[in-house]
Design a protein around this ligand. Structure first.
Ligand code: ZN
Ligand code: ZN
Length: 320
């Protein structure tokens, strides 16, 4: 499976500000002086030597992830503003010819997970079919309402593509099998109004997407064996890590996790690759960079020597 991140920001789109861009430029110039950069040929090496937060931006788009299976079939997780960029890419293939068959799994329907859909070009192409999956029985209503007048000029139901809605059984938790050798199942998360994690398994590999979730020490206690069973041994877990530990105490019950707790979860569940996502919109890249290194340090203090820790960055891909 290949997993690609199209939107990694939580709560609302947060483009880089000019102030932040100016700070980055200043720091880059300082690094150039230290590096004694004087030749054009040395620029690639210089760029490579920069700290991550100066090499790129983490990204301001809200949640959207794609999963490409071994057969090349594409699955989408959430339709935050990142789905707009995915839409442009999809228009180069069958979706541009009205032959797209898209399977979209929705974690929940908070604004930052649906707001990209009105700008998802394949939605407007006749012949495409978009199938939405979630345990929320009113998912069609939720998707339609954000495009109702006077909020948007086109109605969701009036767009040219065909839509299907599959309501997943939250009680029986029956897994979804769209391809013979690929199984998708799901798990409820602690979040205002509820949210769901999705687990993709194919060819002995496991990818789990668990955003908009408030994990606390409780999940390691007795009575939470099901949580352990669902998450254990994932090859790749993309997990909510919106806050610092201090912030998570002041924002208890807001439905998000600290990076410290996210690392604890990954270690306890023996995850191989852990990706921290749903970045707090008020954090500039320098703060995210700082948090990322603090998360790695926390892992080291917990004697982590097996789990790779990443910070979600727009455009990042993982092959498992
Ligand atoms: Zn969210
Ligand atoms: Zn949410």
């Amino acid at each position: 499976m290949q997993i690609k991140l199209w939107g990694v920001r939580g709560s609302l789109p947060s483009p880089t500000t000019n102030e932040e861009y100016a700070r980055k430029l200043y720091s880059i110039a300082e690094h150039a002086i230290k590096f004694k950069l004087s030749n054009v040929a040395d620029i690639p090496g210089f760029i490579n030597s920069l700290p991550d937060d100066l090499k790129h931006v983490y990204g301001g788009n809200t949640t959207c992830v794609s999963v490409t299976s071994k057969s090349g079939k594409l699955y989408i997780l959430d339709c935050g503003s990142g789905v707009r960029l995915l839409g442009y890419e999809l228009m180069q293939g069958p979706c541009g010819r009205g032959q797209g068959r898209l399977d979209i799994f929705m974690t929940h329907f908070h604004w930052d997970h649906i707001q990209g859909l009105p700008f998802f070009t394949p939605l407007y192409v006749k012949g495409n079919t978009l199938t939405f999956y979630s345990p929320f029985k009113d998912q069609e209503k939720y998707l339609s309402e954000q495009m109702r007048a006077p909020y948007f000029p086109a109605s969701f139901g009036g767009t040219e593509s065909a839509k299907k809605y599959i309501i997943l059984d939250a009680k029986k938790k029956t897994p979804v099998r769209i391809e013979e050798d690929l199984v998708v199942d799901f798990f409820p998360l602690k979040h205002p109004g509820g949210s769901f994690a999705y687990r993709f398994r194919q060819g002995g590999k496991t990818f789990i997407f668990a955003t908009d979730a408030e994990f606390t020490g409780e999940v390691f206690e007795k009575g939470h064996e099901k949580t352990h069973d669902f998450f254990q041994d994932a090859d790749l877990l993309i997990i909510d890590a919106q806050y610092t530990l201090d912030e998570s105490f002041t924002k208890f019950d807001w439905g998000h996790t600290s990076y410290t707790m996210a690392v604890n979860c990954g270690l306890r569940w023996r995850v191989r690759k852990l990706v921290l996502t749903h970045h707090e919109p008020s954090y500039p890249d320098s703060k995210l960079h700082e948090n990322y290194h603090a998360a790695i340090e926390h892992g080291d203090n917990c004697k982590n020597d097996t789990m790779e820790i990443y910070i979600a960055t727009e455009g990042m891909t993982f092959d498992i």
